[in-house]
Ligand binder design. Structure first.
Ligand SMILES: Cc1cc2nc3c(=O)[nH]c(=O)nc-3n(C[C@H](O)[C@H](O)[C@H](O)COP(=O)(O)OP(=O)(O)OC[C@H]3O[C@@H](n4cnc5c(N)ncnc54)[C@H](O)[C@@H]3O)c2cc1C
Length: 534
């Protein structure tokens, strides 16, 4: 069950300043059983589970510790304080990630979803790993679900944006595709700003679940503002063994306190998120198979389609106990999966805020733009997610900086087009006056004929407002080093003590919101590792 992180437990969380003044000296002098890199869904679960299994663990996190009491309801301010944005090479698609203690869990929408059975079957078939089956992962999904209060939402909470998603499912002839979502909360307050930190602390995150569980054991030490640049180690008889993580500590608020140091351990678990895990492994000299690390990254990208109605869709916020609570139209109650099995996309009601609308109507003349912005509460939006399979994608290190070189396949573009067209037709069929496509130069869409004309136009990722927060791949699991980069336990092939515990392990796009699967895999890895480190 989710529980607040008490001040007492928070005393074991150190930052760059503690390193600079010497109060975190023991972190740098000690040799830990395990060093976990990254404190999001993968890292926090691994660190806490290893500590609960009797191991002496240090967790290194690049971002600072920001407790929920410091979150405001100012969407844009919080986005830069809590998140990190990276662009694929050539500035084509935005990659979003949390950049604080708790990682992306601090800004996720808290939708708890498992991959469809056919994806797990595909993973098992392509990797040859029996323990990737739904049955083998079940106990780990359960453990994680309990710690995070996974709860199926009640349809009694249905608000107007969710009612629109439900009506669209019927209008598109796929009512059976409507699923009531499970979320990491037993009591959502419906504020609607999950992506900017839950200031009422009702959303299950790593800060109110696994991190307190780990800290309570007394065997977990957390060092924030600690950016890991790579591992140090050596190869003997063809097997690599890591001995230390290379770290730069810098205060996130002042930029001061820059210290370079190493943190020593007997085993290392990278959970910096797909992309950053590949980046830091590629920067680790001597590590085997570096020609294959970072190859084939999946984005599972999102696009938002907005629609303008002639009645208000969302309500204005209200003052509760002296604080303004914006009610913007979430939580998402339904996940619409009607087109997932055959067309590889799905959607749910978007977390709305004015900048979404401003971006979608930015091509319009100023006066029209302003007129639509004044009708913000008359708009609704769905967030589409597509299951991609890129033509080519690879993390490359360019003058010390990691970049993602990403090229979608023709099939990816067709899935994206199909998803936009269906969403637009769905909106029009439930009474939208006008639909805004997330492309850079969209036509005016008020009729089905306009949508059909849009469907005939050329489309590429370049011309669409796309973003990814479901990035995966880069160190895919496989039966042997010809098939994968990591084995079924997440250990890098031909290393004795380097593991991965994030979505880098996924053999392909998971066809679901990924956090629950990341945590289940990480939990399994940590249970095994706790009893096997020598
Ligand atoms: C806005 C948003 C909404 C989302 N909504 C949902 C949702 O509703 N449901 C769902 O299932 N998923 C959702 N996701 C996706 C989900 O949050 C991620 O898939 C998941 O958190 C990834 O876990 P992770 O441990 O791999 O990485 P993260 O949670 O991103 O954690 C990685 C951590 O590593 C740190 N790090 C990176 N590099 C280094 C380094 N070199 N040294 C030290 N630390 C480093 C980062 O700062 C970060 O804290 C959402 C994500 C975002 C961004």
């Amino acid at each position: 069950m989710i529980r607040p992180l008490t001040q007492d437990l928070a005393r074991r969380i150190y930052g760059a300043h503690d390193v600079a003044v010497g109060s975190a000296r023991h972190v740098l002098s000690h040799t830990f059983d395990v060093c976990v890199i990254g404190s999001g869904c993968g890292g926090a679960v691994a660190a806490s589970t290893l500590a609960a299994g009797g191991r002496d663990v240090v967790l290194l996190e690049r971002g600072p510790f920001r407790p929920p009491k410091d979150y405001t309801f100012q969407a844009l301010g919080m986005a830069t304080r809590l998140g990190h944005l990276e662009l694929t090479r050539g500035h084509r698609t935005a990659l979003l990630q949390g950049n604080v203690l708790g990682g992306s869990s601090i800004i996720y929408g808290a939708v708890a979803m498992r991959p469809p059975a056919y994806v797990l079957d595909e993973w098992q078939r392509t990797t040859g790993l029996e323990d990737l089956s739904a049955a083998a992962l079940e106990p780990h999904y359960d453990e994680v679900g309990t710690a995070l209060s996974v709860t199926r939402q009640s349809t009694a909470l249905e608000n107007r944006p969710n009612a629109i998603v439900r009506q669209m499912a019927h209008a598109l002839g796929r009512p059976e595709g409507l699923h009531v979502v499970q979320r990491y909360t037993a009591g959502c307050a419906g504020v609607g700003l999950c992506n900017f930190g839950c200031a009422v602390d009702r959303k299950g995150t790593m800060l109110n679940s696994f991190l307190p569980l780990g800290l309570e054991t007394g065997r977990l030490t957390v060092l924030t503002e600690a950016n890991v640049h790579g591992l140090e180690g050596e190869r003997r008889s063809g097997v690599y063994r890591a001995s230390a993580a290379r770290v730069t500590c810098r205060s996130a608020d002042t930029g001061a306190d820059v210290t370079r140091c190493t943190v020593k351990a007997r085993a290392f678990v990278s959970a910096a998120g797909a992309f950053f895990t590949s980046a830091l492994l590629l920067k680790s000299d001597e590590l085997p198979h570096r020609d294959r690390i970072g190859a084939k990254i999946y984005l599972q990208p999102h696009a938002q389609v907005l629609a303008l109605f002639d009645q208000p869709v969302t309500a204005r916020g209200e003052i509760v106990e002296g604080r303004y609570l914006p009610f913007n139209g979430v939580p998402a109650i339904y996940n619409f999966l009607g087109f997932l099995p055959d067309r590889q996309f799905w959607w749910l009601a978007s977390i709305l805020f004015p900048a979404n609308l401003a971006a979608s109507v930015s091509h319009l003349p100023v006066e029209e733009h302003a007129a639509i912005m004044r009708r913000y509460h008359y708009t609704s939006s769905v967030t589409i997610t597509t299951r991609d399979n890129p033509r080519r994608s690879r993390v490359i290190i360019d003058r010390g900086h990691a970049r993602l070189d990403f090229h979608e396949s023709r099939r990816d573009t067709e899935i994206l087009r199909d998803s936009l067209v269906h969403a637009a037709k769905g909106f029009l069929s439930v009474g939208a006056q006008r639909v805004f496509m997330p492309s850079l130069a969209p036509p005016q869409i008020t009729t089905v004929q306009d949508v059909d004309a849009f469907a005939r136009r050329p489309l590429a990722y370049d011309g669409v407002l796309l973003y990814s927060d479901h990035t995966s791949g880069g160190t895919q699991m496989g039966k042997d080093s010809r098939e994968g980069v990591t084995d079924g336990s997440g250990r890098l092939f031909d290393t004795s003590n380097v593991y991965v515990a994030d979505s880098s392990l996924f053999p392909s796009s998971c066809g679901a919101n990924p956090s629950w699967t990341i945590m289940a895999l990480s939990h399994r890895l940590a249970c095994r590792l706790a009893s096997s480190i020598v």
